[in-house]
Ligand binder design. Structure first.
Ligand code: 5CA
Length: 445
């Protein structure tokens, strides 16, 4: 993309009403524009990151054999009356009437809708295990929408639902989801710690929230500092292997890590004092096992291998897709702007032409641009007739991990400059080497 032809409405001023850094940077970098309280327009740069996050979520779900579907945002009230949640859900549910005076609602989550799909088609244990998921907009009429996309009213969620014959099989699905989520967050450059949590309106005895530690987080958390030392890395996972998924689950969840809702001072005090931590965190996902709560209420049954009808065991699993943009920025920024991890960056690298209109500089930039595009990379070329300082400031603000700077003086010596946004380190090299370096960086991302 050439910046002169792009739509990147960056703001010079820091928006006064944005309280946390991720919200400020998303507004300043021209990623989002508020439409009404807790509801946002996604501008090109923001949408690009949102799509990258969605892609990672889809890829990791596919590896575990989970199947994507898409359910509507607007739901009828009847299914929610069947489960008993129409009245229970309270003011967070946006209730709508259609022209026939029928009760509708903008879905805050989809347990009922997916259970209805399941019971309409599946009646034998042979179709199990089955996990269906979607990435779809949700609406929750939050009392205090704030912090931009972090606590929106309309927000994008990945929500997945497993259907299994037995509790054991459903707990395997729970563990499998835990593993897919760990990998998903790691690919976004995040450490998200699974913590024992409370079921809330979804319900369930087993539930973990995934928290990214950050001072601006809305949740208070308590943990054993050992939990921050574990990562999944590139371990090979066989998602059908029950023992392996359970072992990973145990490895990540045995040590003390709880949200304030489940925090137990007495148990916490058993952790050696030097490892006891209390901090704040951003909840970027939650997994639940709730057994037959919805299948009992809605008659989702299958015939087992002995010919008996039994309710299916279920769980649900959510990732805050739009919230993740805020969480990633909270975890990765400096006073100049965002620092995108390579896995989710809106453009792979920036090209800054220090002297637009200079024949040689223009030609060198075009050459770099074409070579990167030919290698299936996505560069952003700042081809505007602007001062160098302004171009650097924009690149730093929007946070592309790599920048290639091209100017007549360097070109005289046959070099351009490659700069890491994270370390600020610049290295001079030939344009060919610069291309090879950027290609190598993104080869495994
Ligand atoms: N039905 C279950 C799992 S699909 C469910 O709704 N879980 S949830 O309530 O925990 O939501 C899943 C994730 O959505 C949360 O972990 C959080 O990351 C994100 N989320 C929840 N509310 C909001 C909100 N108001 N704004 C942005 N993200 C949100």
């Amino acid at each position: 993309m050439r910046l002169s032809r792009y739509f990147l409405p960056v703001l010079k001023e820091t928006p006064a009403d944005a309280q946390i850094v991720s919200h400020r940077l998303m507004l300043r970098a021209g990623m989002i524009k508020q439409s009404s309280a807790g509801i946002y327009n996604w501008l090109p740069l923001g949408l690009k990151v949102l799509r990258k996050i969605e892609d990672i979520v889809h890829e990791e779900q596919a590896k575990a054999g989970h199947i994507p579907i898409l359910m509507p945002t607007i739901q009828g009230a009847d299914l929610w009356r069947e489960s008993g949640r129409y009245d229970d859900y309270g003011d967070e549910m946006l209730r709508i009437k259609d022209r026939h005076d029928r009760d509708m609602l903008f879905g805050p989550t989809n347990e009922e809708a997916v259970t209805d799909i399941f019971r309409s088609y599946v009646n034998s244990y042979k179709a199990l295990p089955l996990t269906l998921y979607q990435i779809q907009w949700k609406f929750r009429d939050e009392r205090r929408p704030r912090f931009g996309v972090m606590r929106g009213r309309e927000f994008l969620m990945k929500d997945g639902y497993n259907f299994d014959l037995t509790k054991e099989a459903a707990l395997h699905a729970y563990n499998r989801h835990l593993v897919t989520y760990l990998r998903t967050y790691e690919r976004m450059g995040l450490q998200a710690i699974p913590m024992q949590a409370d079921g809330g309106p979804v319900g369930g005895d087993y539930t973990h929230e995934f928290l990214v530690l950050a001072e601006t987080g809305e949740s208070e958390v308590f943990y054993d500092s050992d939990v921050t030392d574990i990562t999944l890395g590139d371990r090979d996972i066989d998602f059908d292997n029950v023992e392996q998924c359970e072992a990973v689950m145990n490895e990540f969840t045995t040590k003390y890590a709880r949200t304030d809702e489940t925090h137990d001072e007495a148990v916490f005090n058993e952790v050696p004092e030097e490892r006891r931590r209390s901090a704040r965190g951003i909840e970027v996902g939650q997994i639940f096992y709730f057994g037959t709560k919805y299948s009992d209420a809605m008659g989702a049954e299958v015939v087992n291998d002995e010919g008996q009808k039994v309710p299916v065991h279920m769980g649900s699993h959510g990732i805050g897709v739009s919230r993740l943009l805020g969480a990633i920025i909270e975890a990765s920024h400096d006073d100049k702007g965002i620092i995108w991890p390579e896995g989710v960056t809106p453009f792979d690298c920036g090209i800054v032409n220090l002297k637009q209109g200079d024949e040689e500089a223009d030609a060198a930039c075009e050459g770099l641009y074409d070579a990167l595009v030919a290698a299936s990379l996505d560069p952003l070329y700042d081809d505007r007739k602007e001062r160098a300082g302004g171009k650097f400031a924009t690149m730093d603000l929007i946070g592309l991990p790599w920048r290639i700077t091209v100017g007549p003086r360097g070109l005289k010596n046959g070099v351009v400059e490659v700069t890491s946004r994270k370390t600020g380190e610049s290295i001079e090299m030939s344009p060919e080497d610069a291309i090879a370096k950027i290609i190598a960086i993104y080869k495994d991302v």
